[in-house]
Ligand binder design. Structure first.
Ligand SMILES: Cc1cc2nc3c(=O)[nH]c(=O)nc-3n(C[C@H](O)[C@H](O)[C@H](O)COP(=O)(O)OP(=O)(O)OC[C@H]3O[C@@H](n4cnc5c(N)ncnc54)[C@H](O)[C@@H]3O)c2cc1C
Length: 434
């Protein structure tokens, strides 16, 4: 049997594109198959009437994203095109916003925490990570003052990752905090969060609008089925959230199933509001993100001020807000009609942003059934055996491989997949046609 390609990649998210880019200098024939009409996956931006709307990922960081920055340097992107977000994160409590979340200055300003909770936060920062073990966020929070869970861990992990405290393990979050550092180091792409994906795709063989229907491994090769027919490759790499990879792959080896199945995802839902003026949450000062704890709001998990993230996100004199649905509200909204979703979130947001409805020119929802890795204690337990699996004609990449909820993990997983492919088949094959 011979193959049409050396490597067929399913999914042109940042993981699939980083993998294709990494394999390119090795001389292999590599093609990326993408279901959507554009690249970027959960890191896509749409442009409308001068607004740049980040549909999924919102920011990266100067720290904790080494592979992202390496790719940007390779592509010649000047760091000025990825400027700092010059506004902070706050949390809502007792009718007002408290700034200083995810920032050491929060220990002084309070960041919505009582004095006793602040002392516990110092303890958490000093020794918390070493004592996290396999605890869920809720179990870990139970060791500290109740504010730590209710006004810090739940709103941050719920707002940004859609996590439920009783489901997700705390260790990946503490690890991420350690890597990324304070919110003052956050950065965003000046031209939209899809910048890196667009640049990567320019130099690659990417077929968009081409959903892959099925993947089968047989006789040391793998075949994927598209609407245009089958394609056989020496390696097919599924660069998708684990549940999507599992649904596509007809015959995965039994040893891969436990981690593949345990790598569940949280759904995410947000609504972008295109405004005729730069409105922001009241009594919130200059914030980029206002987190809304579950105790304070059952519908919204947070409000992002996109025009404070970067002024070019909205035309001059206008504004752009992103309303993040609260984790517990998302399942009931995920399949609801657009009007109902937009109405529910903008209705809830009016409490924090008076005049929102009148200022809204248009509003759209962005829904992700597979938003972010849930990183449960079970998944973390099964991960080491999965990472040790032997090479296979069907490989994987994606944030779930590292059980870390960010785009850097997707890129790192792509580098791991590239290493596995090169180790399994070090010599470049001449391209043969089936
Ligand atoms: C709401 C939200 C906010 C986030 N915020 C941040 C953030 O601020 N910072 C950060 O670093 N990360 C953030 N993330 C996480 C980040 O977006 C992801 O970790 C990263 O984009 C994952 O990349 P990926 O390539 O692994 O997967 P994806 O981006 O999911 O790519 C998979 C691709 O496969 C395609 N596909 C699916 N099925 C098929 C098929 N059958 N055939 C062909 N193609 C298919 C999809 O269309 C998609 O393009 C956020 C995610 C979400 C959802």
């Amino acid at each position: 049997m011979s193959g049409d390609l050396d490597v067929a990649i399913v999914g042109a998210g940042i993981g699939g594109l980083a993998l294709a880019h990494t394999l390119r200098p090795t001389g292999r024939s590599v093609r990326v198959f993408e279901a959507a009409e554009q690249v970027g996956g959960r890191m896509t931006s749409v442009r409308e009437d001068g607004y740049t709307i980040d549909t999924g990922a919102e920011q990266i960081s100067g720290r904790g994203y080494p592979q992202t920055w390496r790719l940007l340097a390779e592509l010649g992107v000047d760091p000025v095109a990825v400027p700092k977000v010059r506004a902070g994160v706050g949390v809502w409590r007792n009718g007002r916003a408290h700034p200083g979340v995810a920032d050491p200055r929060g220990l002084l300003t309070g960041a919505g925490l009582s004095w006793r909770a602040r002392l516990d936060l110092v303890r958490l920062m000093a020794t918390g990570a070493s004592r996290a073990g396999a605890d869920t966020v809720a179990e870990f929070a139970g060791r500290y003052h109740p504010d730590i869970g209710e006004y810090l861990l739940q709103p941050v992990t719920g707002g940004f990752f859609g996590w439920r405290p009783e489901h997700s393990a705390v260790a990946p979050f503490l690890d991420l905090l350690r890597r990324v550092g304070p919110a003052s180091g956050w950065r965003t792409y000046r031209d939209g969060m899809d910048t890196l994906a667009r640049l990567l795709a320019e130099g690659l063989d990417v077929v968009t609008g081409c959903p892959v229907r099925k993947v089968v491994a047989r006789d040391g090769f793998a075949t994927l089925t598209t609407d245009a027919g089958p394609v056989t490759a020496r390696t097919v790499v599924l660069c998708l959230p684990a549940p999507q990879a599992r649904a596509l792959y007809a015959n995965p080896p039994a040893r891969e199933l436990p981690y593949l199945t345990a790598s569940t995802y949280t759904p995410m839902l947000k609504v972008s509001c295109l405004l005729d003026r730069p409105l922001a949450p009241r009594r919130a000062g200059r914030l980029y993100c206002l987190l809304l704890p579950e105790r304070e709001d059952g519908v919204l998990g947070g409000i992002l001020v996109d025009h404070a993230k970067h002024p070019d996100r909205a035309p001059p004199g206008r504004g752009l807000l992103t309303l993040l649905a609260a984790p517990r509200a998302i399942p009931g909204l995920l399949d609801a009609p657009e009007e109902e979703v937009v109405g529910t979130l903008t209705g809830a947001a009016a409490r924090y942003v008076p005049g929102l409805r009148a200022a809204t020119i248009s509003a759209h929802s962005h829904r992700f059934r597979h938003g972010l890795p849930e990183a449960t204690p079970l998944a973390l337990r099964l991960q080491p055996a999965f990472l040790r699996r032997p090479p296979s004609p069907v490989e994987y990449a994606g944030d779930w491989i590292l059980a870390r909820p960010n785009s850097e993990a997707a890129i790192e997983s792509a580098l791991l997949a590239a290493q596995r492919i090169q180790a399994a088949c070090p010599r470049t094959r001449r391209r043969e046609t089936a």
